[in-house]
Design a protein around this ligand. Structure first.
Ligand code: ZN
Length: 186
């Protein structure tokens, strides 16, 4: 299994190749990539590579992507305890979704805590600064959610490919469980 640093190098290398290809296709007018699409794809890819790697399922390990979170890396320890290493977290569709869901729950908890801890004025300023509703509306109306998710998922799939995890990993995993249960019932 490659180390976190090797995973990062593979992803950076593939990104450089993809950027070159996109530039070439753009120059030849075969494909038109808008700056917003390129930027959101890059953002999703970078977040998936450096912050939300599948190896966050190692609770105790000195995981590269956990280190990138700084002191917030501790927030990922419960995730590592919930998922066994290279189990559901290392599947192609559900695995990346578990990290997005976990992150949403963490953000909701921190946001909820701030409602109680911050004084009213500070809370209003924070709400105005972040303006999550406008950001959500922008993402929805411009359709940049597609390249954002594409970048995120591609970064995850490269990690899984380097780990030697096949796309039907989860299905085979589940299938084994089902067959085991069926045998017990017989
Ligand atoms: Zn891995």
């Amino acid at each position: 299994m490659p180390s976190g640093r090797v995973h990062n190098l593979i992803n950076i290398g593939v990104y450089a190749g993809l950027a070159g290809l996109a530039l070439y296709l753009h120059e030849t007018r075969a494909v038109v990539v808008s700056p917003a699409q390129a930027l959101t794809f890059t953002a999703g890819y970078a977040v998936g590579t450096f912050l939300l790697s599948p190896d966050l399922d190692l609770a105790e390990g000195n995981v590269d992507s956990k280190r990138h979170w700084g002191f917030l890396g501790a927030l990922w320890v419960p995730y590592g305890l919930m998922f066994s290493h290279r189990g559901l977290s290392h599947t192609w569709v559900i695995g990346p979704l578990t990290r997005l869901l976990y992150l949403s729950v963490m953000v909701a908890i921190v946001w909820g805590a701030l409602q109680f801890l911050l004084p009213h004025d500070a809370l209003l300023t924070l709400r105005r600064t972040l303006d999550l509703r406008s950001l959500g509306a922008y993402v929805w109306s411009t359709g940049v959610a597609v390249p954002l998710l594409a970048g995120y998922y591609l970064s995850q799939w490269l990690h899984l490919t380097a780990d030697g995890v096949r796309p039907d990993h989860g299905l085979r995993h589940g299938g084994r469980k089902l067959r085991g249960a069926a045998r017990r019932w017989r």
